[in-house]
Design a binder for this molecule. Structure first.
Ligand code: B12
Length: 246
């Protein structure tokens, strides 16, 4: 894994190499056309050009989906068009996941979930994949998960880390109540990280609702998890994070 994520605040605010610009255009075209094989082929080309799987997640897939959002908002594509694109990327993500290196050492158990009412899943899925490759034993619940079921799972499995994803502002009260109920279960050692579009532009929100940290993207998510877990633990050999240069 010889990759590097751009040293910027987000994946989309820097000037990418010409080859990446072309790949992004091709990938966007493929997902909007529902062309799963072409989309995966573009992802593999970018991977083979030297980026890591996490880089491809952010630089290609995430970038494309932010663009899909803009196209939908501008009425250039319909909801059906967005659904096609998302379904293709979900398939690409699953195939790329299989290429993530497995960590040799274990950092502990983790749960990554969306809250009830939240339908945005790709970002949480990426975070789950990447921290798993960084050594966490991750249970990824997807999105739209009943509150009581998340609490029951935390209670029965007692993970060291819970990651909660929220894209929509209306999900924030549910995230806050989830955090409060998880804290009520006891176990002060448990680390709660939040992320997703709902937190963007509100730098103190994670703190106000009682989380231990926030990650604006995969790079920040990994860095924060490591800091919070007091990770003097060496980075597992060949882990995803070895491609996430800071
Ligand atoms: C796909 C999509 C959908 C799909 C989701 C399907 C699925 N299976 O995920 C569907 C059709 C369900 C959907 C529905 C809606 N959507 Co929508 N959607 C999108 C779109 C195009 C892509 C989302 C995505 O996958 N992004 C790519 C991922 C990788 O990025 P990410 O989520 O930001 O994740 C990264 C970080 O945030 C962070 N992160 C994320 N989670 C976590 C968790 C932790 C613990 C950590 C540390 C970090 C972290 O790391 C990730 C990787 O770097 C976005 C556009 C956009 N800008 O994102 C609109 C967008 C989010 N949607 C939007 C809207 C308005 C809606 C609807 C209200 C539309 C409607 N009228 O019905 C509904 C709301 C549904 C609901 N109840 O949640 C708006 C939100 C605007 C706003 N801020 O309020 C957006 C921005 C589109 C737009 N430009 O207007 N949507």
């Amino acid at each position: 894994m010889s990759a590097s994520l751009p040293d910027a605040h987000g994946p989309c605010d820097h000037e990418p190499a010409a080859s990446l610009r072309i790949a992004r255009a091709s990938y966007l075209h493929a997902i909007l056309s529902g062309d799963r094989n072409s989309a995966f082929a573009v992802a593999m080309e970018v991977l083979e050009s030297g980026l890591s799987v996490p880089d491809v997640y952010m630089e290609l897939l995430q970038f494309a989906h932010y663009e899909v959002g803009r196209l939908w908002q501008s009425n250039v594509i319909t909801v059906a068009g967005e659904h096609i694109a998302t379904a293709v990327t979900q398939g690409v993500l699953a195939r790329l996941y299989a290429l993530l290196p497995a960590a040799a050492a274990s950092r502990g158990d983790a749960i990554v979930t969306g809250v009830e009412g939240e339908l945005h899943q790709l970002g949480a899925n990426m975070v789950a994949d990447v921290i798993e490759s960084d050594g966490w034993n991750v249970r990824f619940l997807g999105c739209q998960v009943p509150h009581r079921d998340i609490i029951a799972l935390v209670d029965s499995t007692r993970p060291s880390l819970v990651g909660i994803s929220a894209t929509m502002a209306f999900s924030i009260p549910r995230v806050a109540s989830l955090i409060s109920d998880i804290r009520a279960l006891g176990g002060n050692e448990l680390m709660i990280m939040v992320g997703g579009g709902a937190f963007r532009g509100h730098p103190e929100l994670w703190r106000e609702i009682g989380a231990d940290g926030y990650g604006g993207d995969l790079r920040e998510a990994l860095a924060r998890v490591r800091t919070l877990s007091g990770s003097s633990v060496a980075e597992p050999e060949g882990s995803a994070a070895s491609g996430l240069n800071s």
